[in-house]
Design a protein around this ligand. Sequence first.
Ligand SMILES: Nc1ncnc2c1ncn2[C@@H]1O[C@H](COP(=O)(O)OP(=O)(O)OP(=O)(O)O)[C@@H](O)[C@H]1O
Ligand SMILES: [Mg+2]
Length: 361
Amino acid sequence: MELGIRNVQKEFGGFTALKDVSLDIRSGELIALLGPSGSGKTTLLRLIAGLDFPTGGNVFFGDEDASLKSVGERNVGFVFQHYALFRHMTVEDNVAFGLNIRPAATRPPKHEIKRRALELLDLVQLSGLAGRYPSQLSGGQRQRVALARALAIEPRVLLLDEPFGALDAQVRRELRRWLREIHDATGHTTVFVTHDQEEALELADRVVVMSQGKIEQVGTADQVYDNPVSPFVYGFIGDSSVLPVRVEHGEVWFEDRSIGLKAHNVPSGSAKLYFRPHDIELLDGCGGCIAGTAGVSRRVAGTKRVELAIGGAGHRVEIELPVDHPAASRSRIAFRPRRWKLFQDDIEAPNEVALPQPVAA
Ligand SMILES: Nc1ncnc2c1ncn2[C@@H]1O[C@H](COP(=O)(O)OP(=O)(O)OP(=O)(O)O)[C@@H](O)[C@H]1O
Ligand SMILES: [Mg+2]
């Protein structure tokens, strides 16, 4: 089922939780809504589910305007972070619940409901636990029952709001992989909310990055990581370092020196230079580069993160070095970003630099 979110607005009293949100979701796609707390992820998911209604704009299911349809009419399955299973029901009855409460006319016969519940428990790798009660399951097992229950009604769309949020990292990783497999096996259109970028980047076909009720960027994991369209996305996805710079006649300047980066087609003016701490080249001399005094360093897995104080105002950026690199013990380090992006100050839209070319030192 394709979903179309068109110019959706959601106000709560005087507060605007979603501002003119538009998004097209393809049939069978696995989409992650990613953003900090309060950015509007749950609000958007609830509008898709029909648990709440937009104050402006429309939600389309295929060609049909579903904006004012109820949850039941939309036929969606959802799982929330703290999704309570019915404690007094067995695992099997929990899974069968959505089918058992259907009106007689559309309810499958008892043996068919049982067959389907057991088949789903098999899919979520819980066969054998059908007779247990929720209190006799681990957290990860409960989340899988919740997912089986959401799938039981054969939803047109599956909506998941941080379904693994409460679980420990190891279990989350396993469930993540497993969710991707289920998604591929069932082919449901799935919208998945998370504020864990690793989860979003690993799991989703496309990631929707949200901030303050707006969509900042929609793209594949590679697109949002390699080509962030705004300072927010650059800073939110992956690690980043930022330096306030000036563009003058196609060159990037920091304080009183050119740092050896060409910025053709970028108008002169102040800007922020963004780069990834690992994506740099170290230099011996500094004819046109960034040089700073090494401060605190910390070990991150197989690498060393060094904080450098740069220039008179002591701006701090982080760079990443191999642990055994000789520069790691130097007090003065010179480098140049290999890939980078400029965002001009005072302008909302980014001014992209298509092919950054370092100037020969
Ligand atoms: N029923 C409501 N009444 C008033 N404000 C609300 C209501 N629901 C959500 N909000 C506000 O809308 C904004 C977005 O909330 P939402 O729950 O969508 O955020 P979120 O991105 O899911 O955050 P989190 O990661 O913390 O779950 C928040 O500022 C929240 O306080
Ligand atoms: Mg939320």
